[in-house]
Design a binder for this molecule. Structure first.
Ligand SMILES: NC(=O)C1=CN([C@@H]2O[C@H](COP(=O)(O)OP(=O)(O)OC[C@H]3O[C@@H](n4cnc5c(N)ncnc54)[C@H](O)[C@@H]3O)[C@@H](O)[C@H]2O)C=CC1
Ligand SMILES: N[C@@H](CC=O)C(=O)O
Ligand code: NA
Length: 444
């Protein structure tokens, strides 16, 4: 057996991901050393409760509640506790003591990423975070390295396993959001506070990370438009299926040409990042992403369209990405030299949601009488929204003594602001009994 220099690995957090990382490190130590050129010695696991049950179990002699002492003297610190504090302080402590850091903590990176990257750059350390987006799927390294010579134009992805699992169960099994969330939590997919998942916060954090990486800039979390799945109804999921669509929570990061007041392109670009439920055609590859899987489409000027697909959540699956980062960190230690700084040289304007253009499906209950369709169509055109398709079906209800009908309208691309004013005008028009649903349509 080859004798390698040992690197001391400190693990912070022994939960769904941490316990799996510890087990794989202990089990595959020799193989990892052969791949890295250095031994990866797990010197301890900082936990909150020494007696908590863990799957798989972590040997008791490795457990400690003293994270700060564990970090001292570590060559590599793996942060898998989650949350902003004390994770941020521990990572800064690790960096400032010369350790490389691996984290899966997208909440922390999306909130304090620039501070952490700056601290790492100052001391020549490296911060690795493959597990923070798309779980096991390699997506950070492809954006950071493989596509570093290309120009990314758009990312369209399913980046939250829990919400994809829930929407899938609502669609395929007719499950409720509450039931499906309980199962996702049991399976270790959900965040410690699952509001982060269903409220779209987790996906927004990932969108901020992806947009920053892809466009070589810093996209603050506050500028990511965020809507979760709590307003998605079983009726919408059902209607979508019947109309040949599925509802997915999407993260969309785009490079957008900036236009002047007359709509002419100025030659400048901005970026936008948004997370919201959207309809996608049933034949679209993203529609076939089931369960807690994730998929990220990347479009780049030279490469064209690429798709990254696989397990987006789950302790063991996510541990795979952490182990990959551990091997990278160990190889870097063997070679020596400073870490590679984050590429944020392009300071690009982050555009507001109002300037995003997309297509919409609007479902209305209207009074079923002659001339209504013409009234509705003229409302759309008055607000600069072009209608692509309208379908009408008889509804069971009445407004006063008048029968009602359901109209499903799909628009051509329009700006959010034009759509918002159209919806407001529809809502206050006498012919419209109710605006039942407004969903964006992607991937057509
Ligand atoms: N579970 C998953 O599928 C994925 C999780 N992640 C991220 O990985 C990280 C860990 O996630 P999970 O393992 O699922 O969380 P978890 O809640 O199962 O585990 C976190 C562990 O850290 C411990 N901990 C929290 N604060 C601590 C403190 N101050 N001192 C010592 N220990 C502390 C907790 O007791 C718990 O055992 C999070 O940042 C999460 O967002 C990323 C991708 C997928
Ligand atoms: N809670 C997250 C875990 C992975 O990032 C998810 O459901 O995707
Ligand atoms: Na990943």
């Amino acid at each position: 057996m080859i004798e390698y220099r040992n690197l001391r690995v400190a693990l912070l957090g022994g939960g769904s991901v941490g316990a799996q990382v510890a087990a794989l490190l202990l089990e595959h130590g020799e193989e990892l050393a052969n791949r890295s050129g250095a031994g990866l010695e797990l010197v301890g696991v900082a936990v909150r409760d020494l007696d908590a049950e863990r799957t798989p179990a972590i040997p008791a002699h490795l457990l400690t509640t003293d994270a700060e002492s564990l970090i001292l003297g570590a060559d590599i610190v793996v942060e898998l506790m989650g949350g902003l504090e004390p994770a941020r302080s521990y990572i800064l402590q690790a960096i400032n003591s010369g350790a490389d850091v691996i984290t899966a903590n997208k909440a922390l990176l999306a909130t304090h990423g620039p501070e952490l990257f700056e601290a790492a750059e100052q001391v020549g350390a490296q911060l690795y975070y493959e597990a923070a987006v798309g779980g096991a799927i390699p997506i950070i390294r492809p954006l950071r390295d493989s596509l570093a010579g290309d120009r990314v134009t758009r990312i369209l992805g399913i980046v939250n396993g829990t919400t994809n699992f829930i929407l899938d169960r609502m669609d395929v099994n007719g499950d409720t959001l509450e039931n499906a969330l309980a199962v996702a939590t049991e399976l270790g997919y959900a965040e410690a506070d699952p509001t982060a998942d269903i409220g779209g916060y987790d996906a927004a954090q990932k969108a901020a990370i992806l947009a920053s990486l892809a466009f070589h800039t810093t996209v603050p979390l506050e500028s990511v438009h965020r809507e979760g799945i709590t307003e998605v109804t079983a009726g919408q999921v059902d209607a979508a299926r019947k109309a040949g669509f599925v509802v997915k929570l999407l993260a969309i990061c785009e490079r957008i040409a900036i236009v002047d007041a007359d709509g002419a392109e100025t030659g400048e670009y901005g970026v936008s990042a948004r997370v919201h439920p959207a309809l996608i055609p049933a034949a679209h590859p993203l529609a076939a992403v089931h369960g807690a899987n994730n998929a990220v489409f990347v479009q780049a000027e030279a490469a064209g369209s690429l798709m990254f697909y696989g397990a987006g959540a789950g302790g063991l699956e996510t541990a795979s990405a952490v182990l990959g980062d551990l091997v990278s960190a160990a190889r870097r230690h063997v070679i020596g030299g400073p870490g590679i700084a984050e590429s944020t040289h392009a300071t690009i304007e982050v555009l507001p949601m109002s300037s995003v253009r997309t297509r919409y499906q609007i479902t209305l209950t209207v009074v079923d009488q002659p001339g209504v369709l013409a009234t509705i169509a003229s409302l759309f055109s008055e607000h600069g929204v072009s209608v692509e398709a309208v379908s009408q079906s008889v509804s069971d209800g009445t407004t006063g003594s008048l029968p009602t009908a359901t109209l499903v309208i799909v628009t051509h691309e329009a700006t959010e602001s034009s759509l918002a004013s159209t919806v407001a005008a529809l809502g206050s028009n006498d012919a419209v009994s109710a605006v039942d649903s407004v969903l964006r349509v992607e991937g057509l």
